[in-house]
Design a protein around this ligand. Structure first.
Ligand code: TYM
Length: 417
């Protein structure tokens, strides 16, 4: 378990972790997963089992899913039923507390680096909306406009503009305004939030932050000092207008597993400054059209389906770029069937086709060669076009006044009702 020892910051002894590149038996491994880069080993797929081992989180098993069903009295979200949210840290403790009648709050976020979100970005927000509805708990959403200003070389003003644009997409996911506070770092950091940042900063050495995030001497100090900003929304006292006097409130963070390094650091620090460690529930990456070697990325337009893509764009991207696990010729395909392990249209359906029976049917028929790639792509085009159209309509209904209302520093009236 060398990996776990190297990477589990939760254990005090092992502070110097390598989230960038990991060595095993003296050899360099090429799987890279961190907030800025997701890359499988050459020609391979992301090895999620290895990641769980390296990061020291736990796999979500069916008994945990059943427990969520029982506690919420509703069907668990497709993303939970199908192992898309596949890993966690202390999610069971959140459920224990909930069962005892204690509430918690949700925290998630977005780094506004582009005008439009891609489908991968929607995943944590769709899932967070389900959690908010199922558990009836408050939610804070951080827009790290400062992070993207520093990493993407955007001006302060442009990052702030993108934050508001992205807020519209987030609101379009259907969050309940009486339970949701959205904030931009440039607007909100200060006061109690900043005090917590300083407390966190004092607990993290330069060596430690280099070990976690892989900063080098060439990185500017803005980057090095950023991690506390993403850490402190995990602590209720960062939001005195919401959680005054509730320093014991637990926090649950839904995100993809690329954000884990921030929260390993946070969990390490939390007990030292008097807070619960935040719990996490983490997803796989919605893969690029070209295959499962990385995550869908906003910086390569042909790798991603955006929420702004037209029906025509979606059709042409899927037909042209979606990597197929089908065989080269129809004869061979009928004989051998599709390799579902690598087939992107099937994988995308697994994320977004709600109907379990239809998904199982497609898997069976396509895997046996009775269904062709073209037919599966056709169905996927329908499913994604519908989702993107629905999103577009919802976003068009989000006004600037609504953005202001979600971002106003205010108490949330129905927080725990
Ligand atoms: P960002 O903007 O890169 O991503 C926003 C959220 O989307 C997830 N994500 C994906 N999920 C599935 N498949 C993909 N291909 C994919 N790409 C991105 C990310 O994990 C994230 O949950 N620094 C953060 C913003 C942030 C944040 C947070 C995120 C601040 N506080 C708390 C999660 C939780 C960022 O730049 O995310």
């Amino acid at each position: 378990m060398k990996h776990k020892q190297l990477l589990d910051l939760d254990s005090q002894e092992n502070q110097n972790i390598g989230a960038m590149e990991i060595k095993e038996n003296g050899e360099e491994e090429q799987q890279i997963v961190n907030p800025w880069k997701v890359e499988a080993k050459e020609g391979g797929k992301i090895d999620y089992d290895k990641l769980i081992d390296q990061f020291g989180c736990q796999r979500i098993n069916q008994s945990l899913v059943k427990r969520v069903r029982r506690l919420t009295s509703r069907a668990p979200h497709v993303f939970l039923r199908r192992d898309i949210f596949f890993a966690h840290r202390d999610f069971n403790e959140i459920l224990d507390a909930y069962e005892r009648g204690e509430k918690f709050y949700l925290y998630t976020g977005r780094g506004p680096s582009s005008e439009a979100l891609h489908l991968g970005h929607l995943i944590p927000f769709m899932f967070t909306k389900y959690l908010q509805d199922a558990f009836k708990v408050p939610l804070v959403i951080q827009l790290t406009d400062d992070e993207k200003c520093m990493w993407k070389n955007l001006t302060v003003e442009e990052s702030q503009r993108l934050a508001r644009e992205n807020a519209k997409d987030i609101i379009a996911c259907g969050f309940d305004i009486t339970r949701t506070f959205i904030f931009s770092d440039f607007d909100y950091v200060g006061g109690a939030f900043y005090k917590n940042m300083v407390k966190v900063g004092k607990c993290v050495t330069y060596n430690k932050v280099v070990g976690i995030f892989g900063f080098t001497g060439e990185d500017h100090i803005g980057k090095v000092s950023f991690p506390p900003v993403q850490a402190v929304p995990s602590f209720p006292s960062s939001f005195p207008h919401l959680f005054s006097g509730q320093d014991n409130l637990r926090c649950l963070i839904p995100c993809a597993i690329d954000q884990d390094p921030y929260f390993r650091m946070t969990r390490d620090v939390a007990p030292r400054i008097g807070y619960h460690k935040p719990a996490l529930i983490e997803s796989l990456f919605f893969p690029a059209l070209q295959g499962e070697t990385g995550k869908m990325s906003a910086s390569d337009p042909n790798s991603a389906i955006y929420v702004t893509d037209s029906a025509k764009d979606i059709k042409s991207k899927i037909n042209k770029f979606a990597f197929s696990g089908g065989q080269d010729t129809i004869e061979k395909h009928r004989e051998l069937g599709a390799d579902l392990e690598v087939d992107i249209p099937y994988k995308y359906l697994k994320f977004f086709l709600d109907d379990d029976i239809e998904l199982a049917y497609i898997g069976k028929e396509y895997g046996a060669g009775r269904m062709l790639t073209g037919e599966v792509k056709q169905r996927l085009i329908q499913v994604l076009t519908e989702i993107v159209e629905r999103h577009r309509r919802a976003r068009a209904a989000v006004t600037d006044e609504m953005v202001d209302a979600f971002m106003a520093v205010r108490p949330l009236p129905n927080m725990f009702d």
